[in-house]
Design a protein around this ligand. Structure first.
Ligand code: PEP
Ligand code: MG
Length: 299
């Protein structure tokens, strides 16, 4: 079966009835990046950049960002790659941010916006690394709560691009907070793309801790969560921008058809299951996926 799946790597990711779905990879290391290329991902929908810094003693410098990023991006030359800025969330927080000042600043994006020099260093490093490795860069901001935060990020990005002397890449927002779903029309008007962080979004909408083992990717198929996702997809369509799913639900064989039926335009999954998800998309009838999503949304 593995061999049969590998043979399909040259085939387009379209449903049986011709509906295209972009198939992208989630990447956190150079090994993941290599696997994304081997399994013929069309691009990378999520590079997690915080992982090397989870035990950092201070904000990473431009050089430290570069040392981690360049080996991850190098195998991806020529491909569209979405790099996410540092996502120091509750479950991913280096010790120097867990106490003191950071404790008062909160987590995620508010923390980054409260540390503008550190934030701008990372933008600068990402722009330099992309330039050096010839990837087709997009930048993605995690934990966006509202449009004002995305505007603040765009300012930092514009300044960093001017410093490095490169064009400003597309900028996208992760939709993984219930507040972001509420204000998604405004966010979509300012963003070049949206990406659904279904791991955090599902936990928040169902009121479950994301570390709870009961929170499986399948819970993203809950009518409450799928309703929020369909709302985000409608906003993306109205603004004419792509809506990717980069949470684990994108690889769940029961939920992925619902995500496609709800209007998501791309799935980004761990390279280990990329072949399987390609087979799923190629075996899917889009009309049937629409119908299945409608039935859940009516529930
Ligand atoms: C998510 O929340 O679904 C996501 C993709 O980001 P992370 O798992 O890194 O929080
Ligand atoms: Mg998340």
């Amino acid at each position: 079966r593995r061999g049969v799946l590998a043979e399909a790597r040259t085939l387009p990711t379209v449903t049986v009835d011709g509906h295209p779905v972009d198939l992208l990879a989630n990447v956190g290391s150079a090994a993941d990046a290599g696997a994304a290329v081997v399994t013929a991902a069309e691009g990378v929908g999520l590079v997690r950049t915080e992982l090397p810094f989870l035990s950092a003693a201070r904000w990473p410098s431009v050089a430290e960002h570069l040392a981690n990023l360049v080996p991850v991006l190098r195998p991806l030359a020529g491909l569209p790659v979405t790099v996410r800025t540092l996502d120091f969330a509750d479950d991913k927080l280096p010790p120097f941010l867990a106490t003191g000042l950071a404790g008062r600043l909160g987590r995620g994006l508010p923390l980054m916006l409260a540390a503008p020099a550190a934030f701008s260093d990372q933008f600068e490093a990402i722009l330099r690394a992309a330039d050096e490795t010839d990837i087709r860069l997009s930048l993605m901001i995690p934990m966006v709560a509202d449009v004002s935060e995305l505007r603040a990020c765009r300012k930092v990005l514009d300044a960093a691009a001017a410093t490095v002397g490169v064009p400003v890449p597309p900028l996208g927002a992760m939709i993984e907070l219930p507040e972001a779903v509420e204000g998604v029309e405004e966010i979509a008007a300012e963003a070049d793309f949206l990406s659904l962080g279904t791991n955090d979004l599902t936990a928040a909408l169902l009121g479950v801790d994301r570390r709870d083992p009961a929170l499986t990717p399948r819970r993203t198929g809950d009518p409450v969560v799928l309703g929020a996702i369909a709302h985000v997809c409608a906003a993306g369509r109205a603004a004419d921008i792509p809506v990717t799913v980069c949470g684990d639900a994108a690889a769940d064989p029961w939920v992925a058809p619902l995500l496609i039926g709800a209007g998501c335009t791309a799935l980004s999954v761990t390279p280990a299951v990329l072949d399987e998800v390609r087979a799923l998309i190629r075996g899917l009838d889009f009309a049937d996926a629409l119908h299945r999503a409608d039935r859940v949304l009516d529930a």
